[in-house]
Design a protein around this ligand. Structure first.
Ligand SMILES: Cc1cc2nc3c(=O)[nH]c(=O)nc-3n(C[C@H](O)[C@H](O)[C@H](O)COP(=O)(O)OP(=O)(O)OC[C@H]3O[C@@H](n4cnc5c(N)ncnc54)[C@H](O)[C@@H]3O)c2cc1C
Length: 638
């Protein structure tokens, strides 16, 4: 008989549980249903980037349809409002859903600890809508402040308070501090007129990190971003125009509450035993609640560590408890023993604005640049697991190409806002040239007569004397040279002289890579590896021709254009560093770079090929079955 597994909540935990069940159910007759109140999954860990206007909100919203295509998971958009554990049912306002096994994965919500005024007068940062609301409010404060004549009111509008100096609060104030610089410019407001404050009851920020990293981040906030850090400060209430703490009052229109969480409000409707003050649901070692067919995972579940304390409400906890619960449900269905679930945390990364990040991975602190990189890598890894290439490319699009707060020159200039069809003529021309070069070589006998040595200018006297070009004398004159030791640049003129008369002169450029004293790597490599013996030389010779023809066809057809352009770039650089590149061919280097930027998307096969391959891969990844054609295999990205 079909076993119904119902999952409520499509956050990190719910998605992991559904994908694990789908992948591992094999031939078991299991119906998996995932219910969420939204049709998308929110990357909660990046909310501050939307609230601080670093990226567009589309960058943190992933349609559930795109995660679960090619799976047997049924998606339902609904908000569950009540739970009937005696009859194995959950209900929304309109519908009732029954189950054999239930996984609750509804996450958490802010906790106001019954402090008066917080619920009514503060912003939170715990959902997609929260992030957009905070961003729009901040923009509005600057607009109003720009028009305000009353100095006191203006000051109030320009005072922004984040309460809670854990990772959410620090990431939020860091992001805001970077954005404020451009907001000030836009609205003609002095940066010194803006107050950014972060408040916490504890004696230091980032309590989950070691002291050294916390101090580093603290210093960066104060010195670089001009944030006031108020520690050991207890908030007692909030009004619509101020925040009151144990030692005074701050006039402000903006309080962003990041100081505590508790299990999601809807879970209060769940009549299940609680694990702690945060209302997390009590579970046993298998993530099972007091109702043996109901599991609680992620922020809402209270799985305890060896000391009996619930694991931190973080993504790694969500993924590992969800995975464990899904496997345990399969174990029960298969009549096997359930396995104890434990959570291993590998590290934490906290960004403080665009250009600063502290992290501790496996107990080690990483330098700032590596921490920033790690944060990107972790997000990309997660997206790769749930959406494959499509999710990663979308992420890079928002985070790298279209990010809004740009400081470094190079990032100010890159953008995807170029229409691919402008590149079509260039792609076709470049492809045509490569195909022509390759075919000329084929006609010239490159498939059966040794030519490479002469082509590379390394032929022995005997062989060059046999060629008609030996009738010429060649003279090389320096035009321009930069010698830096390891890498040297030359532009030279090659003049061919016949009977004492100059007949052709043309510039060519050459770069020597890795020239140590008398040792010059590239000629050495060519002489000793590529031309080591006739067989090897012939292999490389044929390879060059095949590559030239292949690049030509790829670029003309617009198929795997990025790879074709990359090889084109590689070959031109190879010529540049060996024979030298004649001026008539210099354009090919730059054209290869230009066509890497999606030139096959317009009037090229990539328009169909890339989505198709991604779909085939995704289908394989989610079902562990390889199929070339199936419903939706030709669908383009959303
Ligand atoms: C700003 C911010 C920064 C963070 N940074 C980090 C970080 O750097 N590293 C880290 O490890 N963790 C971080 N976290 C914590 C991390 O995001 C959470 O631990 C994680 O999201 C928990 O996953 P979850 O699946 O349990 O819940 P969630 O991801 O919150 O998902 C819950 C889902 O349940 C749905 N839902 C809720 N109620 C209902 C209902 N009644 N009916 C239907 N659906 C419902 C919601 O719509 C949501 O999709 C951060 C959190 C925030 C807010």
């Amino acid at each position: 008989m079909t076993k119904k597994v119902l999952i409520v909540g499509a956050g990190y935990a719910g998605i992991e549980a559904a994908l694990t069940l789908n992948k591992k159910k094999k031939k078991d007759d299991i119906e998996i249903t995932l219910i969420d109140q939204n049709p998308y999954h929110t990357l909660l860990t990046e909310l501050h980037e939307v609230a601080g206007n670093r990226i567009s909100e589309e960058g943190i919203r992933i349609p559930l349809e795109s995660i679960f295509k090619y799976t047997d998971v049924n998606l339902v958009m609904d908000e569950i409002t009540s739970f009937d554990f005696d009859h194995n049912k959950v209900s929304s306002e309109k519908l009732t859903y029954d189950y054999d096994y239930l996984i609750t994965a509804m996450g958490s919500t802010p906790n106001y600890f019954d402090i008066p005024g917080l619920d009514e007068h503060t912003f939170t940062l715990w959902s997609f809508d929260d992030a957009v609301r905070v961003r729009e409010h901040i923009k509005n404060c600057f607009i109003l402040a720009g028009q305000e004549k009353d100095e006191k009111e203006k000051k109030r509008l320009l005072t922004f308070v984040v309460s809670g100096a854990g990772f959410t609060g620090v990431e939020m104030i860091g992001e805001l501090a970077v954005w404020v610089k451009s907001l000030c410019k836009e609205h003609n407001i002095k940066r010194d007129d803006v107050r950014l404050i972060i408040i916490d009851m504890l004696p230091r920020i980032l309590n989950t990190l070691g002291e050294k990293n916390a101090t580093k981040a603290h210093r960066y906030l104060e010195k670089k971003l001009k944030v006031e850090v108020m520690l050991k400060t207890k908030i007692t209430s909030a009004t619509d125009h101020s925040l009151i703490y144990d030692g005074g009052e701050i006039d402000t229109k903006t309080i962003i509450w990041c100081a505590g969480i508790k299990a999601c409000d809807d879970a209060e409707e769940c009549d299940l035993a609680r694990a702690n003050r945060q209302n997390r649901i009590k579970v046993d070692d298998f993530c099972r609640t007091e109702n043996q067919n109901v599991y609680a995972v992620g922020d809402i579940g209270g799985l305890a560590d060896e000391d009996g304390l619930p694991y931190a409400a973080m993504v790694e906890n969500a993924l590992q408890t969800a995975n464990g619960a899904a496997e345990n449900i399969l174990n029960v269905i298969r009549g096997k023993e359930q396995k104890k679930v434990t959570v291993k945390f590998h590290g934490t990364m906290v960004s403080v604005g665009n250009y600063f990040c502290v992290s501790e991975i496996m107990g080690k602190s990483l330098p700032v640049w590596l921490s920033i990189l790690m944060k990107f890598m972790v997000n990309m890894h997660y997206l790769w697991e749930i959406t494959g290439f499509r999710g990663v490319s979308r992420y890079l699009y928002h985070e790298v190409l279209e990010r809004r707060q740009r400081k470094i020159l190079i990032e100010k200039h890159w953008s995807t806002r170029i229409q691919a069809w402008w590149l079509t003529p260039l792609r076709l021309f470049l492809g045509g040239m490569w195909l022509y070069e390759g075919l000329v070589k084929v006609a010239d006998g490159w498939f059966n007569t040794p030519k490479l040595a002469a082509f590379l200018g390394m032929a022995s006297d005997a062989s060059s004397a046999a060629t008609p070009s030996a009738a010429y004398v060649t003279r090389i004159d320096d035009v321009f040279r930069i010698k830096t030791g390891l890498i040297n640049f030359f532009i030279e003129t090659e003049t061919r002289i016949a009977g004492g008369e100059d007949i052709i002169a043309q510039h060519f450029s050459r770069i020597e890579f890795f020239h140590f004293g008398d040792f010059n790597l590239v000629p050495w490599f060519l002489q000793n590896v590529v031309l080591a013996n006739d067989g090897v030389a012939m292999f490389f010779q044929i390879l060059v021709v095949i590559l030239e023809v292949l690049i030509g066809l790829m670029l003309l057809g617009g198929a795997f254009t990025f790879i074709g352009s990359l090889i084109s770039f590689g070959l031109t650089i190879m010529f540049l560093s060996s024979t030298g590149l004649y001026e008539k061919s210099w354009w090919m280097v730059f054209a290869s770079i230009a066509t890497m930027g999606g030139a096959g998307r317009a009037f090229g096969l990539d328009y169909y090929l890339i989505p198709y391959l991604n779909n085939v891969w995704e289908n394989f990844w989610k079902n562990k079955k390889f199929r070339l054609f199936f419903k939706g295999s030709l669908d383009r990205f959303d």
